[in-house]
Design a protein around this ligand. Structure first.
Ligand SMILES: Nc1ncnc2c1ncn2[C@@H]1O[C@H](COP(=O)(O)OP(=O)(O)OP(=O)(O)O)[C@@H](O)[C@H]1O
Length: 580
């Protein structure tokens, strides 16, 4: 929680000004019944018109001050709350960018989105309310009781008795409400999750005629949200009648004993009017308070959810003594007895992997689905840390390099090509901020996508839809490759990124990539791709089964021969003979 409040620090002065202005409003409000008592007792009861005008004038002046203070207070409250929300969102976004995949496992994407949007809005609104009315309500209650005691302490006792009971009751409501609203926010995560999956998979849903199933799934999620919200609101709703019952009882007692007091000279009419007036204001403040408590309970739950993200320890960071000058200059990659398992899982995914990828060479990684190809791939840009063994790049242990320096020299093309909304040019330049149009065209040519772009209505300026929906799978893959090439990386990583390309285009692409003289890793299922590589790593169940070039494996590896046979359908022995 303290972490959240630290975001208010830059607005300290504005907060103080807003609170002072709110206090001004409060003092004026508390003075009103007192001034009214003066008008009645010194003016109306004694028939002194001057006293009426004098105290009436003071009342008007005070009202004007309160009016001005209220308006200026709103300006400051808006400035603070909006700035505070903006800073928290920025902080959250920055923190999420530094998350490792182990961190991501703890926070589902939909929950992170709710935390960044709805949760921040909840606490932003609460800060605004705090500076406008939240503190005013309890202070008005306390101030009202104090003023009532000053006016007539005997009558004020009836208020003093009721207020603390209500105060503790409301605090209990807030605690209970906090838990309920935490659950409401979690249910909101659930709704967002269904929405996210639904919109992301809308083609599949239509093709599989799963509309009704999806509507039911959404109904379930949103139904849970409704039920949880109703439970939380019910708790809040009962507070108001209880509050009114106690306060109206107090007012009745003040009137009853007040009228007796006036009759026997123990109290004046103005005093009774003033105390009833204070009691009414306190009742009003307490009803606002019950509403505020609901907002506060909700904000408390949201603040905890935000703090959980902000305080999450990022487990994949640079070593403290990392040498920032060390960099990747050639691109040689060596694995030595590498073991790896995903965070929070038991079964190792990679076991005892050792190989050397010479700088500038091409290494193909093959194996059945689930063999561990993508997992091995992700270890090179250090998206995950290994369990044991060593990965060396240009002779340096991966962890001795700063993540920035390492990843700066890597061009990574994931299995699923992902494009961002923006133009074709923006999408390629995303790989290197300062890329010129010439750079972009050059890499597009090498990635065999230039001709396609040239045929687009606005060529390189053509805006791509969400996730680049107006391009085919193969075109998206090539655009992603251009984005990686524009970095002029020392290590290029293609995770099955040429799967949608025909043989001719793929061959041209691979030969163009050679020009870059980078170490290229290609995860592939296709022998035609592997044939071009200097080295093929054949994985099976997380182990490196064979290692060698196409000819070696074709002669010595039964598994490779099987894959070859399945793809070319020819008698392997003939080919083996042909290569001899
Ligand atoms: N994020 C993850 N958390 C836990 N286990 C995972 C994760 N990703 C993959 N695995 C497991 O690791 C193993 C290897 O998966 P990997 O994706 O590396 O295989 P692959 O050879 O690339 O398969 P494919 O060709 O189908 O992409 C699989 O058993 C898979 O279930």
């Amino acid at each position: 929680m303290g972490r959240i409040f630290s975001y208010l620090k830059p607005y300290k002065l504005a907060v103080v000004i807003a609170l002072l202005l709110m206090l001004t409003e409060l003092v004026v409000e508390l003075m009103h019944p007192l001034l009214m008592a003066k008008i009645i007792d010194e003016g109306i009861m004694t028939g002194d018109m001057n006293a009426v005008l004098k105290w009436g004038g003071v009342m008007v002046l005070f009202s004007f001050i309160a009016f001005a203070a209220g308006i200026i207070n709103s300006f400051f409250a808006a400035h603070v709350s909006q700035g505070f929300g903006f800073d928290i969102r920025k902080g959250l976004f920055g923190k999420i960018q530094s998350f490792s995949f182990a961190n991501f496992n703890l926070f589902p994407t939909s929950s992170l989105i709710t935390r960044m949007t709805n949760d921040v809005t909840q606490i932003q609104n609460t800060v605004f309310m705090s500076l406008r009315i939240m503190l005013r309500a309890p202070l008005l209650v306390i101030g009202g009781v104090v003023m009532a005691v000053i006016v007539n302490w005997q009558l004020a006792l009836f208020l003093v008795a009721g207020v603390p009971v209500l105060f503790f009751f409301l605090l209990w409501v807030m605690k209970k409400g906090g838990k309920l609203f935490k659950s409401v926010q979690e249910k909101l995560d659930g709704v967002n999750n269904v929405m996210r999956e639904n919109l992301g998979g809308i083609r599949l849903i239509k093709a599989f005629l799963r509309k009704d199933h999806e509507i039911k799934r959404f109904g379930n999620a949103t139904g849970k949200l409704k039920d949880e919200t109703v439970t939380a609101l019910r708790l809040m709703e009962v507070t108001m009648p209880i509050l009114l019952l106690i306060m109206n009882g107090s007012i009745l007692a003040v009137l009853w004993f007040g009228s007796n007091g006036v009759n026997n000279g123990g109290a004046q009419v103005g005093e009774v009017v003033a105390i009833v007036n204070y009691a009414t204001r306190i009742t009003g403040a307490l009803s606002i308070f019950s509403f505020i408590i609901m907002a506060f309970a909700r904000a408390k739950a949201s603040a905890h959810r935000i703090t959980d993200v902000l305080e999450e320890e990022v487990d994949l960071v640079d070593k403290l003594d990392v040498d920032q000058d060390k960099t990747v200059s050639k691109g040689e990659v060596v694995f030595q007895h590498v073991y790896f398992r995903y965070p929070n899982t038991e079964i190792p995914v990679l076991e005892d992997i050792s190989f050397r990828a010479e700088a500038g060479s091409t290494v193909a990684i093959m194996g059945a689905t689930g063999a561990g190809k993508s997992s091995l791939f992700q270890l090179i840009p250090r998206l995950y840390d290994i369990e044991s063994g060593e990965i060396r790049v240009d002779g340096q242990n991966l962890t001795d390099l700063s993540l920035k320096k390492l990843r700066n020299q890597i061009g990574y093309v994931p299995q699923e090509a992902l494009l961002f909304s923006g133009s074709v040019k923006d999408n390629i330049a995303w790989g290197k901020e300062k890329a010129t149009l010439d750079d972009i065209i050059d890499v597009a040519k090498d990635a065999q996508i230039h001709e396609t772009i040239d045929r687009l209505p606005m060529k390189y300026e053509t805006v791509l839809g969400q996730k680049g929906v107006n391009l085919s799978g193969g075109q998206k893959q090539r655009l992603s490759i251009a984005r990686a090439l524009v970095r002029k990386p020392k290590i290029l990583m293609l995770d099955d990124s040429t799967s949608a390309l025909d043989l001719k285009t793929e061959a041209k692409l691979l030969s163009a990539i050679r020009k870059y003289e980078c170490t290229t890793f290609i995860v592939t299922q296709k022998i035609s791709t592997a044939m071009e590589a200097d080295k093929i790593l054949l994985l099976e169940d997380g182990r490196l089964l064979e290692e060698g070039c196409h000819n070696d494996l074709l002669q010595n590896s039964t598994l490779y021969q099987k894959i070859y046979q399945s793809q070319f359908g020819a008698e392997v022995t003939e080919h083996v003979e042909a290569y001899k």
